[in-house]
Structures are given as structure tokens and as C-alpha cells.
Design a protein around this ligand. Structure first.
Ligand code: HEC
Ligand code: HEC
Length: 386
């Protein structure tokens, strides 16, 4: 117990020594938000970033903004879409991850191809299946002509209109995203808030399975004083790669050749389904990274279906069954050659499966819980039919 206390104190000290948001109390269960030294948080910058995030003029059709695929009322995703829809309803290859708590991720995107939120924000604007612009110039033209934007950029960055660049645009968007954090779930109140009645008995049992027989915690990490439910690492857990199983070497070498010829990785993985399944390999070219994707946070997972990088699993129960099968969605299929050593068949009872799902439902923050309730209803209907 002593250890838990001193870690918690350290955490508060770090928060106090940190950023402009230091005075705000951290949501229960979360560490201080990391802020880049050259991009300090200010209220005006955050407000500007929110406006940019929601501005659909920065797309070729004038209809798609960041918020189209990361909508606040959908827990900053486009749930229930399997893969995202950009301009002209063009579809990409991947499921839109939530922006909630992405401030904590050490690398962005399912394959980690982007190092920080500032860099990440450059890509969707110019991806042909997302916002579709040829380059970033149209964004700067709109901003320079818009009186409110001009005033905001002057206030925040002390810049004249013609001096505004994508650096400031993406800094403002990232500052906004760093405020989109949320903890304080029933699990947080149980684990860190001393409220032992915050989770149901079933959810408490589910936490036990998560920590113990399920071995989930080895990748979806829970710490003494906070929990991000990710190790910020990449693992092949057998999703998607089975689709290209017969020709992984061929697809991988074609991808590397295209990359060497200067093909844009961001465009390639979001427009070519086969390249998408190479996962982290597309970034590192390491064979160990074939079919490996970033461990996603499990916070708010009950309200962000469907699941996995390709949105191929519809319910949390299906996810647990995939893990039970040892890394294949349909029992009896052969596991892929590059499967992570951390994925082995689990021997869980039906009750334990239900408990584990119930535990994941305890990870929803209050601001997104209304939706959890309506989804919970359909969940239990499914349950009856099992
Ligand atoms: C057409 C839908 C779409 C639009 C528009 C869009 N995104 Fe995304 N976003 C996605 C998808 C899909 C991914 C995952 C892509 C991947 O990992 O390869 C993603 C990933 C992200 C991530 C990484 C999250 C993580 O867990 O690593 C962040 C942050 C993000 N988007 C922010 C933005 C911002 C900022 C904008 C506007 C500049 C934006 N998105 C526009 C669909 C979209
Ligand atoms: C070896 C590391 C590892 C272990 C162990 C592990 N996971 Fe995962 N988990 C991942 C990775 C990586 C993904 C994303 C895989 C992908 O999309 O290809 C993921 C995805 C998920 C998702 C989907 C989240 C989303 O937003 O799409 C859920 C839910 C989940 N895991 C729950 C669990 C549970 C429950 C257990 C224990 C039974 C578990 N995980 C064990 C690494 C792991």
C-alpha cells in the first residue's frame, strides 16, 4: 500500500510541475498530459484548435472535417462504421480510433507511423480517401481570408495572416486534442478512488480475469496510480493478416519496393487493403512487425464498436472469443506465422467471458456513458440469443 501512495504523490508533483493545465485536476485514473515544450497549452490556442478540428472547409468537398470521423457525440470516433468514410463516401482500410486520450500515446496511428499529434494532423487533409486535398495550401488560403481565424492566429501565435503556416495550424489542433482526455470511469472510482461499490460484483470478477487467467493486462497496462490500458507497443494478435496469409512475402516485398520508389506510406496503407494488413512492418520493415498493430487503449471501448484496426469484430464478446481461440476469429483456423508470443489459447468459462465483457463496460467515462447504456441494451439482447 505504501508503494501505491508514494507513486500517487509523485504523480501529483509531476502534474503541478507540468503545463498550463496544471491547475486543472486530472481525471481519476489518468497521468498528467504530456505537452511538447515548443507547444504550450493556452486557452485561446485550445479554442482555435477546436474550431480547426471542426472546420469542414478544409476538404475538397467542403463536407469533411476531422470531427466527421472523430465526432464528439460518438466518443470521438465514427462508430458504428467498420472503416472510415471520407470525401464522396470513399472508404479507407482502417477503423477510426478514438481521439479521446490519444494525447498519451507515444506513437499515433494503428501502425505508429506518426511520432506526435502535431505531425499526425498533417496527414488526413491530404489523404485521397479522407479530406482529399492535393496539398495544404487551400487550408492556409481559407485561414488567411477568414477574419476570426486571422485574429485568433494573431492572438495565439502573434503572426500576421501571410506568415501563418501548417506548423501553427497543427500545433493548435494538437493543443485541442490534449484536452480531449477522460478517465473517472467506474473502474477508476473502484481502483483509484476508494469506492468499492463503483463496479458490480461481475465487473470485479472480470477485472480478476483481465489481470490473471486472461493475461490481458500484459499489453493493456494498468499501473498502481493510473491506467492507459496500452503498452504503447505493437503486436500481431491475428487480425487481418489471415486475409493475406498466402502471400505475405510477396505483398511485403512489393510494398518495400513501392516505398523505395517514394510511394507515400500514409496513402498506401489507407488505400490498399493488402498493404494495410502489413501493420507496423510498413514503418519499420522488420519481419517481427508483420501484421503487428498498436495496442489500443480500452477506455470507452464499450461505446466505440466495431473493434480492431480493420473494424472486423463487432462486439466485445467476439473480441474475447478471438483471444480464447488463441489469435484466430473462427475456432480451428490456423494461426498466422507471425503471431505474437503473448497470444495463446485461453481456457475461460462462459461466465468468465461474460465477466470480462462486463469489466470492459466499466471503462466508460461518465461523459460518454449515456451511449453505453443504449449499447448495453443491445448487448444483453445478443446475450439471450447465444
Ligand atoms: C475520413 C475519416 C477521417 C478523417 C477526416 C480524419 N481522421 Fe483521424 N483517423 C481516421 C482513421 C481511419 C485513423 C486510423 C488510421 C491508421 O491508423 O492508419 C485515424 C487516426 C487518427 C489519430 C490517431 C489515433 C491513435 O490512436 O493513434 C488521430 C489523433 C486523429 N486521427 C486525428 C485526426 C485529425 C486531427 C484530423 C483532421 C486533421 C483527422 N483525424 C481526420 C479517420 C479520419
Ligand atoms: C500481446 C498483447 C495483447 C494481449 C495479451 C491482449 N491484447 Fe487486446 N489488443 C492488442 C492489440 C495489438 C490490439 C489491436 C490489434 C489489431 O487491431 O490488429 C488489441 C485490441 C483489443 C481490443 C479492441 C479495441 C479497439 O478499440 O478496437 C479489445 C477490446 C481488446 N484488445 C481486449 C483484450 C482483452 C480482453 C484481452 C485479454 C483476454 C486482451 N485484449 C489481450 C494487444 C493485446
Amino acid at each position: 500500500m505504501k508503494c501505491v501512495c508514494s507513486l500517487a504523490c509523485l504523480c501529483l508533483l509531476l502534474a503541478a510541475g507540468g503545463s498550463a493545465s496544471a491547475e486543472e485536476t486530472l481525471p481519476l485514473g489518468l497521468p498528467p498530459v504530456p505537452v511538447k515544450a515548443d507547444n504550450p497549452q493556452t486557452v485561446a490556442k485550445i479554442n482555435l484548435g477546436k474550431r480547426l478540428f471542426e472546420d469542414s472547409r478544409f476538404s475538397t468537398t467542403g463536407k469533411v472535417s476531422c470531427a466527421t470521423c472523430h465526432a464528439s457525440e460518438k466518443t470521438f470516433t465514427d462508430s458504428p462504421l467498420r472503416v472510415s468514410k471520407g470525401i464522396k463516401d470513399l472508404t479507407g482500410t482502417r477503423n477510426s480510433p478514438t481521439v479521446v486520450n490519444s494525447a498519451y500515446f507515444e506513437k499515433l496511428f494503428w501502425d505508429g507511423r506518426s511520432p506526435d499529434l502535431e505531425d499526425q494532423a498533417l496527414h488526413p487533409f491530404v489523404n485521397p480517401v479522407e479530406m482529399g486535398l492535393k496539398d495544404h495550401n487551400p487550408i492556409l488560403r481559407i485561414i488567411r481570408k477568414d477574419r476570426e481565424y486571422r485574429e485568433a492566429f494573431r492572438e495565439v501565435f502573434d503572426l500576421d495572416a501571410e506568415k501563418i503556416t501548417m506548423k501553427e495550424v497543427t500545433q493548435a489542433i494538437a493543443a485541442f486534442e490534449r484536452t480531449v482526455v477522460s478517465g473517472n470511469s467506474p473502474f477508476d472510482r473502484y481502483q483509484y478512488g476508494g469506492d468499492k461499490s463503483a463496479m458490480t460484483e461481475q465487473q470485479v470478477r472480470g477485472l480478476g480475469v483481465f489481470l490473471d487467467e486472461g493475461r490481458c493486462v500484459s499489453c493493456h497496462v494498468i499501473e498502481n496510480d493510473q491506467a492507459l490500458f496500452t503498452d504503447n507497443r505493437f503486436h500481431n494478435i491475428g487480425i487481418g493478416i489471415n486475409e493475406i496469409q498466402s502471400d505475405v512475402p510477396g505483398i511485403a516485398s512489393a510494398f518495400l519496393k513501392a516505398k523505395a520508389r517514394g510511394s507515400n506510406v500514409d496513402v498506401k496503407v489507407l488505400t490498399d487493403p493488402k498493404s494495410s494488413e502489413l501493420g507496423r512492418f510498413a514503418v519499420t520493415s522488420g519481419l517481427n512487425d508483420l501484421g503487428a498493430f498498436k495496442t489500443p487503449t480500452l477506455r470507452n471501448v464499450a461505446v466505440t464498436a466495431p473493434y480492431m484496426h480493420d473494424g472486423s469484430l463487432e462486439t466485445l464478446e467476439e473480441v474475447v472469443i478471438h483471444y480464447m481461440n488463441g489469435g484466430v476469429t473462427n475456432a480451428g483456423e490456423e494461426v498466422n506465422y507471425y503471431l505474437s508470443g503473448g497470444i495463446r489459447p485461453l481456457d475461460l468459462t462462459d461466465e468468465q467471458v461474460d465477466d470480462l465483457v462486463a469489466f470492459m463496460e466499466a471503462l466508460t467515462s461518465p461523459e460518454f456513458a449515456a451511449k453505453a447504456k443504449s449499447q448495453g441494451d443491445t448487448g444483453s439482447k445478443k446475450e439471450e440469443g447465444r
